[in-house]
Design a protein around this ligand. Structure first.
Ligand code: ADP
Length: 827
C-alpha cells in the first residue's frame, strides 16, 4: 500500500498548536480589535472635542471682541458728546463779545520777538499761542479774550474726563488755546501753521462735511504721555470754519482696559487703529508679533510721529492677509500661524473711529485640554496593550503548561494502548485493557483487547486450517513451490517432513533431474505461462531417489502482474505415476479392443461375403423350385426355404452395412427428395406385412416436404422402425406415422400400440445383436436393425429418440437436421 506523505507532529505540539490556533489567536484578534476600537474612538472623541472647542472658541472670541469693542465705543461716544458741547460753546464764545476782560487776564498776554502772541503764566486757565504765521496786525486779541471765557469749561473737561488729557481750540489763523497750561513758546515753533496739521484739517469741510467729530490716527505723544489720539470737531460761524476744537485722548486707560481683558484659554486682545497699527499689545502679543520695544522720548510737534512698521499689520508681510481680512469685514474670524504656532483670531470694528478690537488665542492652549485628554487616553491605550501583552505572555505560559499536562495525561494511556498493540503484534493475544481515566480511551483499549482476542482466535483457526491443509498436502503427496524467474530459483515447500524449512533449488538443477525429453517442453510452457499469466499445467518425468522415473504433474500460474519487475510463480506438483500407469493400461486395453473389433468386423465381412454366394444360389434355386413344385407340402417347404434365405440375406446385408458404418467407409449420396413421398413409399412397402399381422397402418402425412438428403438411407431407417412397430405389435394394434418438428430438426414419429420396452432397457436396444429376450421368440430378427439405424441417423447428422411404456406401446422418432421451412408452411 502506498503511504501518503504525512508530516508527523508530536501530540504535545499538536495540542499546543490547537490551543494556539483555536483559542489564543481568536482571543488575541478580538483583544487587538478592541484596543484598535478604543484608540479609534479616542481619536474620534478628540477630533469631535477639538471641533467643538474650535466652534466654542470662535464664538467666544468673536463675542469677546464685540463686547470689548462695544465698551470702547461707549466711552468714545461720551467723549464725542462732550466735544460737541465744547464746539458749540466755542462757537458761542467767538460770537459773543467780551467787554469786561479781567485785568489779570489782559496782563497775561505778551508778544515775543518772533511775533508770537502768547500767554505769559499759568493763572489757572489755558495756555494761549498765536502763531507768528499770522502777522501781528491780524492777530485778534479780542478773539483771544472771547475764547478765554472757555477756560473753565476746558478745565472741567480735562479734569472730569479721565480720557481727556488736553482740550484745545485751534483757529483757522493758527491760534491755539490749550488746557492744561504749558509753556507754548518753548514747545511750539513760532511760525506754527496749525491748519496744516491733521488735528485741524481732518475737521475741515473737505474732510468732514457732516461736521461730526473726527478721530485722528493714534500716535505716541512726544511729550511722553504714551499713546494718544485726538478727536476734533469743527467750529463754524455760518459756513465759515472758525477753527477746530479738540481733545487729546490718552489711550492709556483704554489700553489698560484692553490689556486687562481676560480671555479664556490664555488669550489676549489687542487694539488696532484704522490704519491697522497695533495700539495695545499685551506681552504675549508682543511675543507673537515679534514687536520691538516701543519707541519713547520727546520730540517736537513738528511732524507726525509714527510707529515702526512692525506695529502695522498692513506693512508686515506675515500679517498682510489678516490686515486685508480685517479691512474687508467689520467682524470676522481667522486662523493663522503666529509666533510659531497656530492662532485663532476674531475681530470687531469700533465704528466711531474705525479701530478694531482683535482677540487672539493660541490653538495649542485651546486644545491643550483636549490634547491632554487624548494623550491620557493614549497612555491608557498603551497601558492596556502592555497589560494585554503581559496577560498573553502569562496566558501563553499557562496554556503551554496546560497543554503539556494534558498531553502527558493522554500520552500515558495512549502509551499503554500502544504497549497492548505491541504485545498483540508479538503474538500475545490475551492482553488485558488497563483502567484508564478517559472513557473513550478505555473503550479504545477494550476494543484493542477484544481485537487481540479475536485475532488470537483467528490465528488459531488459521493455524489449524493451515495444519489441515499441510496434512492434506502431505497425504496427497503434492508439493507446493514458488518460482522467481528473475534469479531462476525455486522454493519448494516439502510435504513429507512437516515443519521443515522450504528448500531452495535452481531451475538448472531441477531441469537436470528431469527426463531429457521433457526439458524443452517444460521451459516452453514456463515461458508461455510467464508471458500470458494464464494457468498452465504440464506432465513430466523425474528420477526419484530410488533411481526410477516417476510421472509428475505441475499446475502453476504467475501470481504477480505481468509487468511486475519481480514476477513470482506459484505452483503445486502432484505425483501422477499411478494415474499414468492406469492410463497406459487403459490405452493398451483400448488398443486391444480396437484390434478385436477390427478382427470382428473383418470376420463378419468375410463370413458375410462367404455366405452371400451360397445364399444367392439357395435363394435362386428355391425360387425356381417354387415355380416347379406343385405338391402342396413340398411347396410349403420351398416357401420356407425362400423366406429363410431372404431373412438370411437381409441379415447379411445389415451385417455388411454395420461393418461399413463401424469402419466409417460408408458415404452418403444426398439428392433433393420429398420426405413425405419417402415416408409414403415405406408405408406402402410395409402394408402387406401389417395386414398379415392385423396391424392398422395409419399415416398423418400430407403435402410434400423437400429435403436434401440420401433418400435410400432415410428409407432404410424408416423401414426398420416401421418393421419393428409392426413386429412388436399386437393383433388389432395400430401404427401411426407423422412428421414432427423442433428447433433445427425435423422428425419422423412412428408410434405403435405394441408390447413396449421396459424403461431400464431403452439404452440397450441400440446395441448390435441386442434383442431384449426376443431371441428365441417367434418374432424374426437379428438385433442389428436399430444399431444400424442409429449409426445411419448419426451419419446423416440426426439421431433416434425413443419413449416407451412397457405393455402399451413405443414411440420412435427419427430426427434429421432441418434448415428449411416447415412442411405445413411449404405445402
Ligand atoms: P430385431 O431384429 O430383433 O428386431 P432390432 O435391432 O430391430 O432387432 O431391435 C432390437 C430389439 O428391440 C428387438 O429385439 C426388440 O426386443 C426391441 N424392439 C425394437 N423395436 C421395438 C418396438 N417397436 N416395440 C417393442 N420392442 C421393440
Amino acid at each position: 500500500m502506498a503511504l501518503e506523505s504525512v508530516s508527523h507532529i508530536r501530540f504535545r505540539s499538536w495540542l499546543w498548536l490547537a490551543f494556539f490556533r483555536h483559542s489564543i489567536v481568536p482571543l488575541l484578534l478580538v483583544e487587538a480589535l478592541l484596543v484598535v476600537a478604543y484608540l479609534a474612538t479616542n481619536a474620534t472623541i478628540r477630533s469631535s472635542n477639538i471641533n467643538y472647542l474650535h466652534d466654542t472658541a470662535t464664538v467666544a472670541l468673536a463675542h469677546e471682541a464685540e463686547r470689548e469693542a462695544e465698551l470702547i465705543v461707549r466711552r468714545l461716544s461720551g467723549v464725542e458728546t462732550l466735544l460737541k458741547v465744547f464746539s458749540e460753546q466755542t462757537a458761542k464764545a467767538l460770537q459773543t463779545p467780551y467787554r469786561q476782560v479781567p485785568v489779570e487776564e489782559q496782563a497775561n498776554y505778551a508778544r515775543n520777538g518772533n511775533g508770537v502772541l502768547h500767554s505769559i503764566a499759568d493763572i489757572g486757565g489755558a495756555a494761549s499761542f498765536y502763531s507768528a504765521i499770522t502777522p501781528a496786525e491780524h492777530q485778534s486779541l479780542d478773539k483771544v479774550y472771547r475764547l478765554s471765557r472757555l477756560d473753565p469749561l476746558m478745565k472741567s473737561l480735562v479734569e472730569d474726563q479721565p480720557l481727556v488729557v488736553q482740550s484745545y481750540f485751534n483757529s483757522f489763523d493758527s491760534y491755539n488755546r490749550i488746557y492744561p497750561f504749558f509753556d507754548t513758546q518753548t514747545q511750539y515753533l513760532a511760525t506754527l501753521d496749525i491748519p496744516s496739521f491733521n488735528f485741524y484739517y481732518l475737521a475741515d469741510s473737505a474732510h468732514d462735511p457732516k461736521r461730526e467729530p473726527v478721530w485722528t490716527n493714534t500716535y505716541l505723544d512726544p511729550a511722553g504721555s504714551g499713546w494718544m489720539t485726538s478727536v476734533v470737531a469743527p467750529v463754524y460761524r455760518g459756513d465759515f470754519l472758525e477753527g477746530v476744537v479738540g481733545f487729546d485722548i490718552t489711550m492709556e486707560r483704554i489700553i489698560h482696559t484692553i490689556l486687562a481683558i481676560k480671555l479664556p484659554w490664555q488669550g489676549y486682545a489687542l487694539l488696532l487703529d484704522n490704519d491697522m497699527t497695533m495700539l495695545a499689545v499685551p506681552e504675549s502679543g508682543q511675543r507673537d508679533f515679534a514687536l520691538p520695544v516701543q519707541p519713547q522720548g520727546l520730540k517736537k510737534v513738528s511732524q507726525e510721529t509714527a510707529l515702526p512698521t512692525a506695529f502695522n499689520l498692513n506693512k508686515r508681510q506675515d500679517t498682510a492677509l489678516l490686515a486685508r481680512a480685517i479691512a474687508a469685514k467689520p467682524k470676522g474670524f481667522m486662523q493663522m500661524p503666529l509666533g510659531g504656532s497656530n492662532r485663532m483670531l476674531a475681530w470687531a470694528r469700533i465704528p466711531d473711529n474705525g479701530w478694531t478690537l482683535l482677540t487672539v488665542v493660541d490653538e495649542n492652549t485651546l486644545f491643550a485640554n483636549a490634547n491632554g485628554l487624548a494623550q491620557r487616553f493614549r497612555h491608557v491605550g498603551l497601558l492596556m496593550i502592555a497589560g494585554l501583552v503581559l496577560f498573553y505572555l502569562v496566558f501563553f505560559l499557562y496554556v503551554h503548561a496546560k497543554a503539556r499536562r494534558l498531553s502527558d495525561s493522554l500520552s500515558g494511556p495512549v502509551g499503554a494502548i500502544i504497549d497492548m498493540v505491541t504485545a498483540i503484534k508479538k503474538g500475545n493475544y490475551q492482553t488485558k485493557a488497563p483502567p484508564l481515566p478517559l472513557v473513550e480511551l478505555q473503550h479504545f483499549a477494550n476494543g484493542v483487547a477484544d481485537m487481540g482476542q479475536a485475532l488470537g482466535e483467528t490465528v488459531a483457526a488459521l493455524e489449524a486450517s493451515e495444519t489441515r491443509v499441510r496434512q492434506a498436502l502431505e497425504n496427497s503427496g503434492d508439493v507446493v513451490w514458488e518460482y522467481w524467474p528473475n534469479n531462476q530459483q525455486f522454493l519448494v515447500y516439502a510435504h513429507s517432513e512437516s515443519g521443515q524449512p522450504p528448500r531452495s533449488l535452481s531451475l538448472r538443477q531441477y531441469l537436470d533431474s528431469c527426463h531429457i525429453d521433457d526439458r524443452q517442453r517444460m521451459q516452453e510452457v514456463l515461458v508461455q505461462g510467464l508471458k500470458t499469466a494464464e494457468p498452465f499445467s504440464l506432465d513430466y518425468r523425474v528420477k526419484n531417489s530410488a533411481g526410477d522415473w516417476i510421472w509428475l504433474n505441475a499446475r502453476a500460474q504467475l501470481n504477480t502482474p505481468v509487468n511486475d519487475p519481480h514476477p513470482r510463480v506459484t505452483g503445486i506438483t502432484t505425483n501422477i505415476s499411478r494415474r499414468k500407469a492406469i492410463e497406459s493400461a487403459l490405452k493398451e486395453a483400448r488398443d486391444a479392443a480396437e484390434e478385436a473389433s477390427k478382427a470382428k468386423s473383418l470376420f463378419l465381412s468375410s463370413v458375410s461375403h462367404e455366405l452371400k454366394t451360397p445364399l444367392h444360389a439357395i435363394s435362386g434355386f428355391s425360387q425356381v423350385l417354387q415355380c416347379q413344385v406343385t405338391d402342396p407340402a413340398a411347396l410349403r417347404s420351398v416357401n420356407q426355404i425362400v423366406a429363410a434365405s431372404q431373412h438370411l440375406n437381409q441379415l447379411i446385408e445389415d451385417l455388411l452395412l454395420h461393418v461399413r458404418l463401424e469402419k466409417h467407409s460408408l458415404s452418403l449420396a444426398p439428392t433433393l427428395i420429398d420426405l413425405a413421398d419417402v415416408a409414403g413409399q415405406c408405408l406402402a412397402m410395409m402394408a402387406p406385412e401389417a395386414a398379415k399381422r392385423q396391424v392398422v397402418l395409419h399415416s398423418e402425412l400430407s403435402g410434400s416436404l423437400r429435403y436434401f438428403g440420401d433418400g435410400g438411407r432415410i428409407k432404410q431407417v424408416l423401414l426398420n422402425l416401421l418393421s419393428n412397430a409392426i413386429k412388436y405389435n399386437k393383433a388389432g394394434g395400430s401404427v401411426v406415422v407423422c412428421l414432427t418438428y423442433q428447433e433445427g430438426n425435423i422428425g419422423f414419429e412412428v408410434k405403435d400400440t405394441g408390447i413396449g420396452i421396459p424403461n431400464h432397457s431403452t439404452a440397450r436396444i441400440f446395441e448390435p445383436f441386442e434383442r431384449l429376450g426376443n431371441a428365441n421368440s417367434a418374432i424374426n430378427g437379428s438385433g442389428i436393425g436399430l444399431a444400424v439405424s442409429k449409426e445411419l441417423a448419426e451419419l446423416m447428422g440426426g439421431y433416434i429418440e425413443v419413449s416407451s411404456k412397457e405393455g402399451s406401446g413405443s414411440t420412435f422418432t427419427f430426427w434429421l437436421p432441418w434448415t428449411g421451412e416447415r412442411a405445413d408452411e411449404v405445402s
